[in-house]
Design a binder for this molecule. Structure first.
Ligand code: HEC
Ligand code: HEC
Ligand code: HEC
Ligand code: HEC
Ligand code: HEC
Length: 480
């Protein structure tokens, strides 16, 4: 009995798929992909480490093939039936439609179809759930398009937002945003695969959502940040790498405190609009402030004739968090501040004479070519060997270590494959390395009432010490 029963199931299965080559191919494709997907899922459950490419395969490509295979089964059955109908005389056609439940073979076929459908539904729903979750991971966004996203991915890992997933800022909550992001994501994956992407990837990001909906998920803009103290270390390019300090008392405010950057700019009901004449938003010819009491103030940059600008036809942007904090996570350094930071955290030893000068010059000589890393090493070595042989022999080990650190600085900020080099992505959150706040705050954006957008140092911060060796203001603190 056992023999014949098993034989019966096999027969039913064969009758189900062995209709024609289309159905057979579909069934094989489905079976193979099904088993592979289940293996990957089990590996995931078992906690076996997988590369991000396995994710693409398991959650995007295989499920696609699985569905194609599944569709081919009925398509093949339909096609086979049409073919048989054409071959036989039409009076017998209806026979094929009869499902005779008295026939054990038909009963088994129906049970098989139901069982397979349930198994398929389970796999499809697990995979689509897992696939959607997978596409939201930082690994997917940052590593799958490895070369294309490398600059942003590395910067992100090295930032205060390293624990914030890419989609939190780039997609934000809500289904429409998710759909839109998925579509543009597909376009980007295709772009990377076919090598049709812009290098460097342009910023600002045209599709970025209003910041309240993304940054606002975590940051409360109505919160008084007060006056944080900022101490910045610098090193002179002299023999002793003289340590200098700048101390700023920032005026940020916010909430009930109307003084400072947040206090003024994030005031409820106040809206600042501006028009920029270049793609990177570095030139700002026109600014409009609308206050909650209905007053409107317009500012034109020096040299701009108000009549020459047709305001109704230019794209106007409403200023939000990202117009100041445009690099909250993809922050790229300039050579000078990168070297200062490396020395201040002990990666480069300031006891080596001229080390600031040597490393800075080596970085400044690079221009985004693949060979730059070797040039950095050559240049620093010959700097010492040619001019300061004694320092070289005393500090050879420390200099070699500094070379490695300088090369890391380079690799963290310059990406020849993406044409990203020093200053490709300006940071608007200050005004020393890029124009930043001074795009507007230059005392030369003038309103009709002859008021200007202020460049008064004190409205934004109190500069308590500026490049001093031993700032008086810090003497009250324990030595830093
Ligand atoms: C904390 C928020 C935040 C997170 C998290 C974040 N980004 Fe961004 N991203 C931004 C902002 C802001 C910009 C610049 C927007 C602008 O200037 O219009 C940007 C710009 C970009 C750009 C355009 C090129 C550039 O450098 O300006 C790419 C590509 C990018 N992000 C990819 C990623 C990837 C990949 C991840 C995850 C590894 C990620 N982002 C995570 C906020 C974020
Ligand atoms: C998912 C939550 C989350 C989102 C979304 C988010 N942030 Fe943050 N952000 C944080 C956390 C947490 C910190 C504090 C990190 C720390 O101090 O280590 C932070 C820190 C910051 C800082 C201080 C950085 C510093 O150098 O200390 C700024 C500025 C900032 N975020 C701006 C933004 C902007 C602009 C956006 C939107 C583009 C944004 N954040 C989106 C969670 C978030
Ligand atoms: C007009 C420019 C400007 C705008 C607009 C702006 N900020 Fe800031 N923000 C600043 C400045 C300046 C600081 C102080 C930086 C410092 O301490 O060096 C700051 C500080 C911060 C900090 C760090 C606070 C800390 O304790 O270190 C966070 C977080 C932050 N902003 C989030 C936001 C968010 C979210 C928005 C949008 C709702 C926003 N900012 C809009 C200029 C701005
Ligand atoms: C798009 C133009 C624009 C940019 C960019 C901009 N601001 Fe402003 N800001 C204004 C305008 C307009 C005012 C109101 C006029 C004034 O008071 O000077 C203002 C006022 C302020 C005030 C209040 C001044 C006062 O008199 O109390 C502070 C503080 C401030 N901004 C900080 C910043 C900081 C910090 C940055 C850069 C991180 C920045 N702003 C970038 C347009 C801008
Ligand atoms: C519109 C606001 C604003 C005005 C006006 C302004 N600053 Fe700043 N300044 C900033 C911000 C924002 C930073 C960045 C703070 C940070 O990086 O934490 C900064 C940073 C600095 C730094 C430190 C640079 C560094 O990183 O070592 C110095 C020095 C400085 N400002 C001097 C001045 C002087 C001098 C004036 C007057 C001519 C002035 N600022 C006017 C907003 C302003």
């Amino acid at each position: 009995v056992g023999e014949s029963k098993r034989g019966g199931w096999k027969e039913a299965l064969i009758a189900l798929v062995w209709r024609n080559w289309i159905t057979l191919f579909g069934a094989s494709l489905t079976t193979v992909t099904f088993c592979t997907i289940v293996t990957f899922l089990l590996m995931g459950v078992a906690g076996i480490e997988q590369s991000p490419y396995v994710g693409i395969l398991a959650f995007l490509i295989l499920p696609g093939l699985f569905l194609v295979g599944l569709l081919l089964i009925p398509v093949g059955a339909y096609w086979g039936r049409r073919k048989r109908l054409r071959q036989s005389d039409s009076s017998r056609a209806d026979e094929h439609l009869e499902i005779d439940f008295n026939s054990p073979r038909i009963r088994r076929m129906v049970v098989l179809v139901c069982a397979l459908t349930v198994a398929n539904l389970i796999v499809i729903s697990t995979v689509s759930y897992k696939g959607a979750a997978y596409m939201e991971t930082t690994e997917f966004c940052g590593q799958v398009c490895h070369v294309a996203m490398e600059p942003e991915y590395l910067a992100h890992m090295d930032s205060p937002h390293s624990q914030v997933a890419c989609v939190k800022c780039h997609v934000g909550p809500g289904l429409p945003a998710l759909m839109k992001a998925k579509l543009s994501g597909v376009r980007q994956v295709v772009g990377v695969a076919t090598d049709h992407i812009e290098r460097p990837i342009p910023a600002p990001v045209a599709t970025m959502r209003a910041a309240e909906e993304t940054c606002g998920e975590c940051h409360d803009s109505g919160h008084d940040i007060g006056n944080p103290l900022r101490i910045k270390a610098e090193y002179s390019a002299d023999e002793t790498n003289t340590h200098l300090m700048t101390v700023l008392l920032m005026r940020v405010g916010g909430g009930d405190n109307p003084k400072g950057a947040h206090g003024w700019h994030l005031q409820p009901g106040r809206e600042v609009y501006y028009f920029s004449s270049d793609e990177k938003r570095e030139e700002i010819p026109y600014v409009r402030v609308m206050d909650s009491d209905g007053t409107e103030t317009e500012y034109w940059a020096d040299g701009i004739d108000p009549d020459s600008l047709d305001l109704s036809s230019v794209p106007m942007r409403r200023m939000d968090c990202i117009d100041c904090h445009n690099r909250p996570t993809h922050a790229f350094q300039m050579p000078e501040s990168a070297v200062n930071e490396a020395i201040s955290v002990g990666k480069i030893d300031p006891a080596i004479p001229y080390i600031k000068l040597a490393t800075l010059e080596a970085l400044q000589a690079t221009d985004g070519e693949d060979a730059d890393s070797d040039l950095i090493a050559d240049q620093i070595r010959s700097f010492y060997q040619d001019e300061y042989a004694e320092i070289w022999s005393d500090h050879q080990q420390g200099i070699e270590h500094a070379i490695t650190q300088t090369q890391s600085i380079y690799k963290r900020n310059v990406f020849p494959a993406m044409k990203v080099t020093w200053g490709t992505y300006p940071d608007h959150s200050g005004h020393t390395e890029f124009t930043g706040c001074f795009r507007c705050h230059d005392d030369a954006h003038i309103s009709k009432k002859e008021t200007a957008i202020s460049q008064d140092c004190m409205v934004c911060h109190d500069v308590l010490a500026w490049q001093e060796e031993d700032p008086e203001i810090l003497q009250q603190f324990a030595p830093l």
